[in-house]
Design a protein around this ligand. Structure first.
Ligand SMILES: [Zn+2]
Length: 121
């Protein structure tokens, strides 16, 4: 099995897992479910808002992963996968194996300010 085939399987598995997680999150969200039947308890509203905002935050990050995963699979189909979006060179295979949704090579990701790992606070 070559590296790309291995990564493609990884991406497909990741896509499935994220989609399952998203569905599960929908069930977790009390607002999406119409809330508890009796919501007369004091503090229920803030509890609902609290759980809802947490679920929404998780869903946003899951959707982010899903979009990146789909983009990577799309690139694989069109034969553009593995190329750095900045310098157009091939991304290091070790990097792709560790992070299949990577769109920048190691040196560009270190230069790019939006690369999360290089963020300074
Ligand atoms: Zn590059």
């Amino acid at each position: 099995m070559n590296t790309f085939e291995k990564i493609r399987k990884l991406l497909l598995r990741q896509q499935k897992k994220v989609e399952e997680n998203l569905k599960a999150m929908e069930k977790e969200d009390p607002v999406m479910n119409g809330g508890p039947a009796e919501s007369s308890e004091p503090g229920t509203d803030s509890w609902l808002a609290d759980v809802h905002s947490r679920v929404v935050a998780i869903k946003i990050s899951l959707q982010d992963i899903l979009i990146n995963t789909k983009k990577a699979l799309e690139k694989m189909r069109s034969g553009k996968y593995g190329k750095c979006e900045n310098c157009r060179r091939m991304i290091e295979p070790q990097r792709l194996e560790a992070m299949p949704t990577a769109t920048l090579c190691i040196s560009c990701s270190q230069k790019s300010p939006k690369a999360g790992s290089a963020r300074k606070q």
